[in-house]
Design a protein. Structure first.
Length: 450
């Protein structure tokens, strides 16, 4: 199978060079995608107030709950495409592409309706204070109306990444993110639309990025090109995608839904704590992006090399991914801890908000190295077609263990300190179990290959 210059065959050449060349544009793309909600939070926190900032922060677990299911299934489609790409099975690859695009259109309608209908109930479940409830619901309602754009873009970008093309999705994100900044300022500062303004800006830009990636696929002449007359759901392909993607989707959805209850504990400390938590969460997302990008790179790398039956190369690639992820995370975490206060002040200068945000950054940042282990190992296992076990490990650590921990400490003390370390404790448990399982699994594959 002849490869386009836009794709990357990861079954040959230097592993470090391949991982970096694939992950760097992916990282840059993730940074620009993260800018959507971060710019929303900065503009709202500065020009509307801490209540609006708290409102946006409280919507994150709900958005992730609904979008998580789709993102997991999309990752399953990416794994299948990368394996077919590695084994040069063009007919099966094309069936997967068209099955995933049509499936995304159908699923996006369902998520939009369900998200809008259930948002009020879920906001009440989180004990969202009355001072931020109406603004949070307004933001969610508009956001879910535009979720189809987000989902189509991510599916199209996932197809491109599965064949090694992580650059062109980046270009689309840069364009839409810059437009998002301009529209945020226009709608909030000039038009005085408040929190609704940032929501409108976000969905406009998401539809733009979706349109760009679909046009690229339609005009492509490569093996993964999109042709409207080929759109159909292939049942056998769909079963394979669901087998790999559903566990990841369930894990993302249930973990995100459990964060609804984590948010409830945060909400009990008032809107200043909520705004501080929101500020910390936005900064947190930028620090975690390199490891997530390398995790996606590891998924594509292991998928292609597993398809090519190069198990030893899979093991080497995972080790190199971990080294890169840990190194970059340490380099990012140190300056974030040093400049924690001014970073939080970018979102809101209220003393109580800054106090909570600064404290959370100092407490959580040292533990981000642990996330590198569970993210890379989970990504690699998914690339190998084993998505169920990482799902159970992450659910056990991030949902069951964390909720038991929060319930216990909240009944022992009213202090914020034990609540604030719930995430690091869960990361430790997950990384320990995931690392042990991965070593056993890859050892079994190596013995079969002999």
């Amino acid at each position: 199978m002849a490869h386009s210059s836009k794709t990357i065959d990861m079954t040959e050449e230097n592993i470090y060079a391949l991982l970096i060349s694939f992950a760097l544009p992916l990282l840059a793309g993730n940074i620009f995608q993260q800018l959507y909600n971060t710019v929303d939070s900065v503009v709202v926190g500065k020009f509307v107030g801490k209540e609006a900032l708290a409102a946006i922060g409280s919507t994150t677990p709900l958005i992730n709950t609904f979008i998580g299911a789709f993102m997991g299934i999309a990752s399953g489609g990416g794994v299948i495409i990368s394996q077919y790409f590695g084994s040069h099975n063009v007919p099966a690859l094309r069936k997967t592409v068209h099955t995933m695009i049509l499936g995304t259109l159908i699923l996006s309608v369902f998520i939009t309706i369900l998200g809008i209908a259930s948002s009020p109930l879920l906001l009440k479940l989180m004990a969202t204070p009355d001072s931020v409830f109406n603004e949070a619901y307004s933001y969610l309602r508009i956001y879910f109306l535009g979720s189809i754009g987000l989902m189509i873009y991510n599916m199209g970008a996932g197809i491109l990444r599965a064949v090694g093309d992580s650059k062109r999705p980046l270009y689309f994100l840069i364009a839409s993110s810059l437009l998002n900044v301009a529209l945020d300022l226009l709608f909030v500062v000039v038009c005085k639309l408040g929190i609704k303004g940032v929501a409108y800006a976000t969905i406009i830009c998401e539809f733009l990025s979706a349109l760009l990636v679909i046009l690229l696929l339609l005009h492509s002449k490569d093996c993964y090109s999109l042709r409207l007359n080929e759109l159909s759901i292939d049942k056998n392909i769909l079963k394979k995608v669901i087998k790999v993607g559903l566990p990841a989707g369930l894990q993302m959805t249930i973990t995100a839904f459990s964060n609804v209850f984590v948010q409830r504990y945060i909400n009990n400390f008032g809107d200043s704590c909520m705004a501080g938590w929101a500020s910390y969460s936005k900064i947190d997302q930028f620090v975690i992006l390199p490891m997530q990008s390398l995790s996606l790179a590891a998924t594509t790398f292991t998928g292609q090399n597993y398809g090519a039956n190069k198990i030893k190369r899979v093991k080497e690639g995972v080790q190199d991914s971990i080294i890169l992820a840990v190194s970059i995370t340490i380099l990012l975490a140190i300056p974030v801890m040093i400049f924690a206060k001014p970073l939080v002040q970018l979102f809101n200068s209220d003393k109580e908000v800054v106090k909570y945000g600064e404290y959370l950054l100092h407490v959580c940042m040292p533990f981000y190295v642990l996330c590198c282990l569970n993210q890379i190992h989970a990504g690699a296992l998914r690339g190998l077609g084993n998505a169920a076990v990482p799902m159970f490990i992450m659910l056990g650590s991030f949902v069951v263990f964390r909720q038991i921990y929060l319930f216990t400490v909240s009944h022992i003390t009213s202090s914020f300190v034990p609540i604030s370390v719930a995430y690091p404790v869960g990361w430790f448990v997950c990384s320990a179990i995931m690392s042990i399982y991965y070593k056993c699994f890859i050892k079994g594959l190596l013995l079969k290959a002999i």
